[in-house]
Design a protein around this ligand. Sequence first.
Ligand code: ZN
Length: 185
Amino acid sequence: MSKYTAVFSGFVFMVGVGAARADVKLDITYSTYQLRGLSRQAIHEDLHRVAKRDSDGIIEGEVSDDWHWNFQFEAAENSCRVSSDEIVLKLNILLPTWADEERADQAVRTAWASYFQELKAHEYGHKTIAVDAAEQVSKLTHGATAPGSCTALEQSLNRAAKQIVEKSEKAQDQLEATLPSYTLE
Ligand SMILES: [Zn+2]
């Protein structure tokens, strides 16, 4: 199986004065774990020995994300606008590497290649969903202006941004459900 985890650091809204700027900062780190074996069976067994686990079983690949938000507001006479919006999305992508590839038969290499491609495509699908959500939040907040108080604008943007994140989490769950069970064995 694969895993998607979200660490949501919360919405940090600060009321202040600042120059307008839009910013989605994407900070991607990659991590790997190493598999060994000269046959599909051997790699599969090693996977079950070394891969991380949770209550659902082994975790072959994983995308974890960590969101930080900082929006600033500027009050005018009867309205409020977002003067700066910063969205930081940190992603970590975990995928296996196969240490014995050079020594293995072509048939095993081919099996590994298709396994790895499928897993990688799946994890990058998680990444795309998260990045799309960050961009949607940015579009929503950047330069937003509304009549009324900054508190009202803050609350409505907070609600709308949360909806975007919740929708993206549903999309992540749906993607999770499409993960095929691999046959490295
Ligand atoms: Zn997944």
